[in-house]
Design a protein around this ligand. Sequence first.
Ligand SMILES: *[C@@H]1O[C@H](CO)[C@@H](O)[C@H](O)[C@H]1NC(C)=O
Ligand SMILES: *[C@@H]1O[C@H](CO)[C@@H](O)[C@H](O)[C@H]1NC(C)=O
Ligand SMILES: [Zn+2]
Length: 352
Amino acid sequence: MKVILFILIILGLALANNIYNDKRLISLGDREQEWMDEWQINKLIKEKRRFRDITDLTLPQINSRQSVSTNIPAKPTYQNIITPLLKKASAEMPKTILKELTSFPNRYFNDENGLKSSEYLFEIVKGIGGNVTKFTHKFPQSSIIARIEGESLAEETVIISAHQDSINQMDHQGIAPGADDDGSGTVAILETFRVLIQSNIKLKRSVEFHWYAGEEGGLLGSADIAQSYALRKKPTVVADLHLDMVGFPASPPAVGIVTDYTDNATSELLRKIVGAYTDLPTADFTCGYACSDHASWHEFGIRSAIPFESQHLDYNGNIHTPADAYETVDFDHLLKYVNIALGFAIEVAGIE
Ligand SMILES: *[C@@H]1O[C@H](CO)[C@@H](O)[C@H](O)[C@H]1NC(C)=O
Ligand SMILES: *[C@@H]1O[C@H](CO)[C@@H](O)[C@H](O)[C@H]1NC(C)=O
Ligand SMILES: [Zn+2]
């Protein structure tokens, strides 16, 4: 009897905490908002509609353009330090960790699997070193933040991000390895973090690595974090570079540069960084409303840019299904994005 009561209490608590107990405010475009229940939101996901869940955002958006006033460099200048450093990047850890991440049935943010996968990832990031914290949300999965403190401009932060959750668009409890979307970005920035921290380079600005929860639920994790940073006086966010899908190249390969809901100056620097630190060409394309977490920063007037795996948005037809598997990931291609992220982090942070 006691056991049953206990189970009922736990079940009750779980239900009480479910973000989908009440309708959510869903934004489908710059001027299109609607209160929706879980069934309606799932329908959007099945139809591959892109949306932001803005229920928990209280701050007026695009209110400050706060860091567009913070300088970013116009071009790369640290080739002599960054080029040799790129040789330290390896596919070894990305392969091992992606294998583990894709062996969770799924990494759905609003369920036990997403909670467990975020706990696993937290231990991995902590094992690399630095200052690693969990950023909790109103759903089970936590985001993860790893911070490398800068020296003379420590209050200014450069962010390198990816999203850790995955989704099966037909059934949240179904299989969703999420290898390319976005296990690839998750392990690419993990390797970037490892190489940067082990380099012991003294940076001017601070650099943070963010692994967002709940991207597939409408950019939930990044929205919570971007709002919390926008509310702070300090540290200022200089720019976010977001990696979402970096392991599935088209032929011929190119780095896609997203030109909508991103910052032009940051995208221009990104093109030059791709030129300086990879052998790939760039190709501009538009990604649409709420395409990925870079949009959460953009909405708060904070610079963001996104280097995509190819020049075609829907080239990888496996995503959000069981077919988005480990075997489909091209690690040589993925490593080019480690180069890009390392180049971006160091060029924007600056070296003492
Ligand atoms: C660790 O990073 C968090 C931000 O992610 C910051 O609030 C905290 O002060 C840092 N702690 C140390 C010891 O640097
Ligand atoms: C940014 O670039 C796009 C073209 O890529 C252009 O349409 C837009 O006006 C530019 N925005 C700003 C603020 O310069
Ligand atoms: Zn994604």
